[in-house]
Design a protein around this ligand. Structure first.
Ligand code: IVH
Length: 691
């Protein structure tokens, strides 16, 4: 019988009456649910709905509750957590979990390899002394013991000799096999790996903690640790933890002749392994691999803090042995720090487009990862208070990739009493309006509709790429035009006087005419861009597209009540009310009229209409475009998808149907491979779309 046939049978079978029948039913339910779990977690191709899965799980749970002795160790009911513990039991590791020596640069790595060769009495390592390089996952090390293929114990590393028993919690992690599959499974084997919190899930967790006014986790590693050390395993179950297995510990039979082969054996058994592991025969290639990940790490959906380099052959590893608490046969290449400490000289505030006031740190300049940082964000007043950050403090500043540097914490031990507690100013720094805190929000706002700082930001936003997309109109120009008095209301953009522009410093004929031409062209932007450009609170780009998908003219949008707006899928009360308020204000009515008079598009273009039927070959499909496509730009490719009824999303998930890959595709292509999402190229996209 196929899996689906067995599933259908279980969904409709009458309750078993004999004890034997009961055990058989429990066995079938466990098997069928485990197979569905595999399809979901490993292949990302579930064949039943979440509701159907839960239905089967509930019938299994009901049977187990009636007869607890029949509950199997690999029952998926363990995944949802069990009764809270009073504390964690200590467990001694049969073989210590060692730590690693560090290498900070190419020379350190080469010196380590030379030491290995010398000890092995081998002159030239190639190809006998191959190396495996793996990403060093920044999570928590665990040791999982399997007996007869069943997960019987999971322990933290602890001090390397004694850890804590966290079996109940680890059983809730979706990609940890409760029973090993495949061949050559030793009767008893310990599997070691790293439990981590994906970055995306970490951000979602902090968002949800923030919305409930709960304490946030500082980084994904802390979130993983905090989630694993829960006495109530149902809390762990609610967190999206995952495991990368990287080696085996003590086992009753040898697992594989090399580290690289062990990884593939682990994968056969059902574990997630990190797919970026590579085997090399020269240390120079290992060095390039390590250096390349120093930058690429930003693209991964999990944190790494280095690369672990291991002598590949297990017999050579054994020959090399250990020194005190680290193996000689492995070394951790550590990336340069992305954090550094410096003095917080002052805190100033910025005024955003919506009037939101954001504090910013003025720092004693410090070099982090090769870049000098003198300003960093402090997010909001609550952030500063929660972390007790004071002016004059030594603070830790983090810089990651393209992200704006941020102050992450203050060092309280170096205080001498001269530090000052910062207070949110009571007035707007740009217009002196008394700042207000809106009900239920942590941020302070300048509510003066005529505040010049807010207005400059609004003009900048109006002209930006996803809004009216006015060529050559960036933030500097917004400041110049507003400060020169040429723009005092948004609609002034459409009646700029050529002579007045020419009279400005550095405005020649060419620059002026280009700007005026850019403004002219902006009148034909899609209605969703125009709506987004107005800078209405809570109306982002996607929301604007959603609204325009149902309401085809600015007039209809302006005339809609909150009820009519919330009837649109994806539009909630907050957005609806914000729109109603905005369109209700007199100056805004005048703005819309003036824009219409100037000839700005106020109706949905044909391209924006939601296609259906034959015009919608992509209906129900979600695409992610990544890398550089040969002819279509990314934006054009996304439009192509949308015009044919598809959804163009920016991040790859289980819900993605196709990843359209161009040159130099980064982590999204990796993620697609990881999740088994189909990868197509531009030609295939065009073909599927009937172009
Ligand atoms: S192998 C004998 N491989 O790094 C030590 N460790 O300092 C063998 N880690 O806490 C460790 N990713 O949990 C190894 N691919 C990887 C790893 C890795 C992360 C952690 C490990 C330990 C620390 C070692």
């Amino acid at each position: 019988m196929t899996l689906l046939e067995r599933t259908r049978y279980l969904q409709s079978a009458p309750d078993p009456v004999t004890l034997e029948g009961l055990q058989e039913r429990i066995d079938s339910l466990v098997d069928v649910l485990s197979e569905h779990g595999q399809l979901y977690y490993r292949q990302d191709e579930p064949i039943i709905t979440d509701g159907e899965y839960d239905g089967l799980l509930n019938s299994l749970r009901a049977l187990e509750e009636l007869h607890p002795v029949l509950r199997r160790l690999d029952s998926p009911t363990h995944r949802v957590g069990s009764a809270p513990l009073d504390g964690f039991e200590k467990v001694a590791h049969p073989e210590p979990m060692l730590s690693l020596g560090n290498a900070f640069n190419a020379d350190d790595l080469k010196a380590w390899y030379d030491r290995c060769l010398k000890r092995l009495e081998i002159e030239d390592g190639r190809p006998t002394v191959a190396l495996t390089a793996e990403l060093k996952i920044d999570g928590l090390a665990v040791a999982l013991t399997y007996e007869d293929g069943l997960l019987v114990r999971a322990a933290t590393r602890g001090d390397g000799r004694v850890g804590e028993n966290i079996t109940q919690n680890v059983r809730t992690i979706g990609n940890v096999p409760l029973r090993l599959s495949g061949t050559n499974v030793p009767r008893q084997v310990e599997v070691r790996g790293e439990i981590y919190f994906p970055k995306s899930a970490f951000e979602a967790l902090n968002d949800s903690l923030r919305s409930r006014d709960q304490k946030l986790f500082a980084n994904p590693r802390n979130a993983a640790a905090g989630s694993l050390r829960q006495l109530d395993s149902s809390v762990t179950a609610s967190r999206e933890l995952a495991l990368f297995a990287y080696s085996t510990g003590p086992a009753t039979d040898p697992v594989a002749p090399s580290q690289y082969d062990s990884l593939y054996r682990l994968r056969e058994w059902g574990f997630g392994i990190n797919e970026h592991a590579r085997r090399f025969t020269s240390i120079e290639h290992v060095v390039s691999f390590c250096e390349s990940w120093t930058d690429k790490r930003e693209d991964l959906d999990h944190e790494i803090d280095g690369v672990v380099v291991k002598i590949d052959r297990i017999d050579l590893q054994e020959e090399l042995g250990n020194v005190s608490n680290a193996p000689r046969w492995a070394v951790a290449f550590k990336f340069p720090a992305r954090e550094s400490s410096t003095t917080l000289n002052d805190i100033i505030v910025n005024v955003g487009r919506t009037g939101m006031i954001t504090p910013e740190a003025v720092l004693e300049p410090v070099v982090i990862g090769g870049v000098t940082v003198s300003q960093a964000t402090l997010h909001n007043a609550a952030y500063i208070m929660d972390r007790d950050i004071r002016i004059g403090d030594t603070v830790v500043v983090k810089r990651a990739g393209d992200v704006i540097p941020a102050v992450v914490s203050s060092v309280t031990t170096t205080r001498d009493g001269s530090e000052q507690i910062w207070k949110m100013p009571s007035e707007c720094p740009a217009c002196s309006e008394i700042l207000e805190q809106l009900e239920g929000e942590v941020d302070s706002y300048c509510v003066n509709g005529a505040c010049p700082a807010q207005f400059i930001r609004l003009v900048e936003h109006f002209a930006s790429r996803n809004a009216l997309d006015i060529e050559g109109f960036g933030s500097k120009l917004a400041v110049i035009l507003v400060e020169a008095g040429l723009i005092s209301k948004l609609q002034d953009i459409y009646s700029l006087d050529r002579d007045a522009l020419l009279a400005l410093d550095n405005f020649g004929e060419k620059k002026t005419d280009n700007l005026l031409q850019g403004i002219e062209q902006s009148k034909d932007r899609a209605l969703a861009h125009v709506l987004f450009g107005l800078g209405i609170r809570h109306v982002g780009r996607t929301t604007a597209e959603t609204i325009v998908g149902t309401l085809p003219t600015m007039q209809r949008i302006a005339a809609s009540s909150a009820e009519e707006l919330t009837a649109i899928e994806g539009i909630g009360d907050v957005i609806a009310q914000s729109l109603v308020d905005w369109f209700g204000r007199e100056p805004n009515k005048i703005l819309i009229q003036a824009m219409e008079d100037a000839g700005v598009r106020m109706e949905r273009s044909e391209k924006e209409a939601t296609p259906s039927g034959d015009d919608a070959p992509f209906e129900g499909l979600t695409f992610v475009v990544t890398g550089t496509l040969p002819t279509l730009g990314r934006k054009d490719a996304q439009d192509f998808i949308k015009q044919r009824g598809g959804k163009a999303s920016s991040s790859v998930s289980k819900k993605t149907h196709y990843v359209v890959m161009g040159d130099n595709a980064g982590s999204k292509a990796d993620k697609a491979r990881e999740l088994g999402v189909s990868i197509i190229d531009e030609a295939e996209l065009l073909n599927m779309g009937g172009a």
